[in-house]
Structures are given as structure tokens and as C-alpha cells.
Design a protein around this ligand. Structure first.
Ligand code: BGC
Length: 416
């Protein structure tokens, strides 16, 4: 707790809370896209707007998953100084909408026919009370594994299809003296892996009962213990310096051949591309073993903060630029995500992007698409944070798996 307070104080001190509202003709955008790959993707958006004569006031708040960005946002809004637009995930968008803080985008949505092209699963977070309240940028998913192809080849490892095959591959790398798993040590990263551990241990019905329905029986089950046991196996196969490491530095370990695998959402692909790496040649992407049919998704959206009345000209231009099919293709090719519209061609995407688009469509039509707990699309922030606490305490050796299960049941029941 003391650590959290110091950390939040640090973030607030590092960020100007009195930055002032955006100048006329500009948009001020709060986001957490600060890694190399993320910044490259963000440039696509900046340039798009600049070409329309709209200036960009950048408000980056580092920290994957956006926890720190949301802390800064709360402080800005409390100070009566909300940014023009804010990168946001799932339930956080709905929470701000319930507070009446978000602008109504219905006019632009109707003009541009968003209803017909944005998938239902995203509309559930982009609309509130009959109003469009945010502009969906992309769809990411968390149940991916990224691998260094040369490392796998050198050790005679082919893509693992099942958890047992994954265990065997990891043990082979460990025996060869290679760090099997590149992991960053922050709660949101461990929770990202936990999404897939829960899905692989229990399958889609179980994931839904535990993470979407928050059913106590599922949360307290032996299957949940198995998910924690999988996390313990992963923990046993990361290097000793993982603590505190940023996610993109873990990705760099796979890029450089210092580690075999990273389990991370497809924003990791942006790092490989930014380093000039080619899927299928330098790196491999595959679904976390045992979750090949499922997609645990999160979608970045830009929520527009009400600046006192009508949606501003700049906000409308930003929303319109984000939803345009050409931007959806250009941005997501670089970011590692897939389009937030169903009518964008996969032509410009690499093999991983094409697979991501295919998987998403298949999962949506077969009932295998679920919101990511780690990235705010399964449950509201209070529950998400409760899950973070338990998962990270277990990962860091404070609880064994049986205790973690008990703690999870209690933490979720208090938070929900
Ligand atoms: C966001 C991604 C971002 C990742 C790491 C996720 O919550 O959806 O856009 O790249 O965090 O920063």
C-alpha cells in the first residue's frame, strides 16, 4: 500500500496536472502508448490529424494496461481540467459515462454508420444509455504467445499445441540454459498471463463463470487451483531479474534471443515490427496452448470528455479519423491489433494480423469471444484490481495455489 501511494505520488508529480485545456484547433490526448511500437502506431494517428490541420497536444502516461493513466485522468477531472480525448478500456468507459463525463458522439456515429460496422462486443463498451460515448480504435487479444524462431529451431522445438507440450518445450529450453519465458514483473502483466492460464485450465464456460459471472463456485474451484499452478510453473521458468520489468523489455528479450517465449497481448507484435522483425521468419505468434479456439479481447477506445456542451469540431474530427477504414488498417498494421470494424480488408496485414482477424471473427460467431479480465473487459476496475492483487501475490511467492484460490474468492466478493 505504501508502495502504491509513493508510486501514485510519483506519477502525479511527473505529470503536469495544470497543463491547461487544449488550445483551440488542437486535441489534447491522454494515453499510455509509450513503447517504441506503440509510439510508432500513435504517429499514424497524429499525422492523420495534422493533415487535417488539427494539432496534437500529447499527454503520455507510461504504464502498460493503463492503470497509471487512469489515476492521472481522475486527478485531471477532479481539478476541472479533463483532456479532450482519453485512451480507455472497457468498463472504465462505462464508469465515466455513468458519471456523465463523456460527450455524446451520436451525430457523427449516425452520419458514418458506426452501428453497422462496429462489432457488438465493442458496442457494449462504446455506447451507454443510447449514446455513442467513445470511438473504438482496435481489438487486441491477450491469449497469445510470442516466440523467437531461431531459439526454438536451435532446440528442436515446434509450436506447442497443448499445455503439456508447452511444459515440455519450456523444460527443453531450461535444460539448454536459455531463459524459457520472458516476463515483466508488474501486476497487470501477470494478470494478462492469468487470463490465458484460466482459459487453458478450464475452457470457455469456466472462464465465463469465473471472470464474467464472478461465480463463487468457479472462483473457488480445483480448476482455478490448476490455473494458479500453471502460473507457478511459469514463475519457475522466468529469469531472476523479472521484478519490475516493463513488458516491452520482456519482448526485447525474445527479439534478441535471450528468451524463448513471452505470453503477452498482441501489442507485443508492435515491438517485433518496430525492431524490423518478420513474422514466420524471425518470430512466431500462436495462441496460448489450449486456447486456440478462444479469444480474450480488449479494445482501445478514445473517450471524448465533455468540454461543456456540444462535441467540439476537433473531437468530431478525431472520432471520424479513428473510425475511417483506411486509418483502421494503417494503424492496426503497426500496432499489432486488428480493426474495430468488420469491413476492413486483411490485405495489408502480416500473417499474425491475418490470423488475429480470422480468430476474432471465428470466436465471435462460435461464442468463444470473452472480455479480458486483465484489461478491463470482464469486470469493473474494482474487481480487476482485486484479481491483480491476488495474482501478483501468488506470482511473487506470497501464497501457494490453494491459498490464492481462497484469497481470490474473498477479494472478488468484497470488490463486486
Ligand atoms: C492496451 C494496449 C497497450 C498495452 C500495453 C493495453 O491495455 O490495450 O493498447 O499497448 O496495454 O501498454
Amino acid at each position: 500500500m505504501a508502495y502504491m501511494k509513493t508510486r501514485i505520488a510519483g506519477i502525479l508529480a511527473a505529470t503536469s496536472l495544470v497543463a491547461g485545456a487544449a488550445n483551440a484547433g488542437d486535441v489534447e490526448v491522454l494515453h499510455w502508448w509509450t513503447s517504441g511500437g506503440e509510439a510508432a502506431a500513435l504517429n499514424v494517428l497524429k499525422q492523420d490529424l495534422e493533415s487535417q490541420g488539427i494539432g496534437w497536444q500529447d499527454m503520455p502516461v507510461a504504464g502498460g494496461g493503463g492503470e497509471q493513466a487512469m489515476t492521472v485522468l481522475r486527478a485531471r477531472v477532479t481539478a476541472g481540467n479533463a483532456p479532450t480525448a482519453v485512451q480507455m478500456l472497457g468498463f472504465d468507459i462505462l464508469d465515466w459515462a455513468k458519471e456523465g463525463a463523456l460527450a455524446d458522439l451520436n451525430e457523427i456515429a449516425a452520419q458514418e454508420g458506426w452501428d453497422a460496422v462496429v462489432p457488438e462486443a465493442l458496442q457494449a463498451f462504446a455506447r451507454h444509455d443510447g449514446k455513442w460515448i467513445s470511438a473504438p480504435v482496435n481489438v487486441h487479444s491477450t491469449n497469445w504467445v510470442w516466440a523467437n524462431k531461431a531459439v526454438l529451431d536451435a532446440n528442436g522445438i515446434s509450436v506447442p499445441q497443448t499445455w503439456d507440450e508447452f511444459v515440455a518445450a519450456v523444460e527443453k529450453l531450461a535444460a539448454a540454459g536459455v531463459t524459457p519465458i520472458a516476463q515483466g514483473g508488474q501486476a497487470w502483466q501477470e494478470a494478462t498471463v492469468f487470463d490465458a492460464a484460466v482459459m487453458s485450465a478450464g475452457g470457455p464456460e469456466f472462464y465465463k463463470s469465473a471472470f464474467i459471472d464472478l461465480d463463487e463456485g468457479a472462483l473457488g474451484s480445483d480448476t482455478m487451483k490448476e490455473a494458479f499452478d500453471r502460473m507457478a510453473f511459469i514463475r519457475a521458468n522466468v529469469d531472476e531479474n523479472f521484478s519490475g520489468r516493463d513488458w516491452n523489455l520482456a519482448t526485447a528479450m525474445v527479439i534478441n534471443g535471450e528468451a524463448g517465449f513471452q505470453m503477452m497481448g498482441d501489442w507485443a507484435k508492435g515491438e517485433f515490427l518496430n525492431a524490423g522483425k518478420v513474422p514466420g521468419t524471425d518470430f512466431l505468434c500462436f495462441r496460448f496452448p489450449g486456447t486456440q479456439e478462444q479469444v480474450t479481447f480488449n479494445a482501445d477506445q478514445f473517450a471524448m470528455f465533455d468540454q461543456g456542451g456540444m462535441v467540439s469540431k476537433e473531437q468530431a474530427a478525431l472520432a471520424s479519423a479513428i473510425l475511417s477504414p483506411s486509418f483502421q488498417s494503417a494503424f492496426n498494421v503497426v500496432k499489432g491489433s486488428v480493426p474495430a470494424r468488420t469491413d476492413v480488408s486483411d490485405e495489408a496485414f502480416d500473417a499474425c494480423g491475418k490470423q488475429g482477424m480470422k480468430d476474432l471473427a471465428a470466436a465471435a460467431s462460435s461464442g468463444n469471444l470473452f472480455g479480458s479480465m486483465a484489461h478491463g473487459h470482464a469486470a469493473p476496475a474494482s474487481v480487476k484490481n482485486a484479481v491483480y492483487d491476488v495474482v501478483t501475490a501468488h506470482f511473487n511467492g506470497e501464497y501457494d495455489s490453494a491459498t490464492a484460490v481462497e484469497e481470490l474468492v474473498d477479494a472478488v466478493s468484497i470488490a463486486k
